[in-house]
Design a protein around this ligand. Structure first.
Ligand SMILES: N[C@@H](CCC(=O)N[C@@H](CS)C(=O)NCC(=O)O)C(=O)O
Length: 269
């Protein structure tokens, strides 16, 4: 029996839920409330010492890291149907899975420096923010979270995020030349690994990152939205009001981000 520890709006949880839905795998759901600090409970830390979701348990086996969970599920429970069979396609797909670490960090940066920042500043005192940051097992992750909340898009992490996102869209645009999916005509593991990240940017009101310059990305996301796995993994789990909180919290920062995005594009021509 598969058990998934996850959270409703976490992007890495979304990507695993999309994968589970696409592979039609049943699982027992253990939903964590990240705002309440469930991820820091000692029993959960035994499964995931980084205090993050998702975590998959399959019998006696504990699998962490969302991209590795997807690869594990595909390999062990889906006859590797999502992994390209040819060596070049496989190398490309594995590289995307690895790159999800920096892409996730970029999405986390843009979420917490905009919409999440607004929510946290409205709900928590400075002491509570300090206490939250001190709970992270990885002290640098705690420092990052605090910096994003206190400094918003002035944080240096935002510049780093924009660089990684620009590379993401350059490469997506390139790979989508051959068909609607990254590996051509069939949905593959890289598509599953990336959908929640691009979806989050759209929900924050940042689709201007790709609309003009990387015109194949929007239709790729639309193709996803037509699949039941998208609704099951992402849209169907969003608590009421979340869509509006994300949109209004992100959108206010778009004019400045758009300027910085353009500057980055000019510098990297
Ligand atoms: N590289 C990890 C990142 C996991 C991660 O950072 N998860 C976030 C949610 S998307 C989390 O649990 N954050 C805990 C927190 O915000 O306290 C993965 O892909 O699984």
């Amino acid at each position: 029996m598969l058990t998934l520890y996850h959270a409703p709006t976490s992007v890495c949880s979304q990507k695993v839920r999309v994968g589970l839905a696409l592979m039609e795998l049943r699982y027992e759901s253990r939903m964590l409330n990240l705002q309440a600090g469930d991820q820091f409970e000692p029993d959960y830390l035994k499964l995931n010492p980084d205090a993050v979701v998702p975590t998959l348990v399959d019998g006696d086996l504990v699998v962490v890291e969302s991209s590795l969970i997807l690869a594990y599920l595909d390999r062990e429970h889906f006859s590797s149907q999502l992994m390209p069979a040819d060596p070049a396609g496989r190398v490309r797909a594995e590289h995307w899975l690895l790159r999800c670490l920096s892409i996730h960090a970029a999405i986390n940066t843009l979420s917490f420096s905009t919409a999440m920042r607004k929510k946290i500043l409205a709900e928590k005192t400075r002491e509570e923010i300090d206490a939250l940051a001190a709970k992270f097992p990885d002290p640098i992750m705690g420092l990052k979270r605090k910096d994003l909340i206190l400094n918003g898009i002035a944080s240096p992490y935002v510049g780093q995020a924009l660089v990684h996102l620009r590379r993401l869209f350059i490469d997506m645009q390139d790979e989508l030349e051959e068909g609607p999916w990254l590996d051509g005509n069939r949905v593959g593991i890289a598509d599953v690994a990336l959908v929640a990240y691009v979806d989050r940017l759209e929900r924050l009101g940042f689709s201007g990152f790709w609309e003009e310059e990387f015109a194949r990305v929007g239709p790729w996301l639309d193709t996803w939205k037509a699949l039941p796995a998208y609704a099951t993994g992402i849209a169907g789990h969003l608590p009421p009001g979340t869509a509006e909180t994300m949109r209004s919290g992100g959108r206010a920062h778009w004019p400045e981000l758009a300027q910085r995005w353009k500057k980055l594009a000019d510098e990297t021509q």
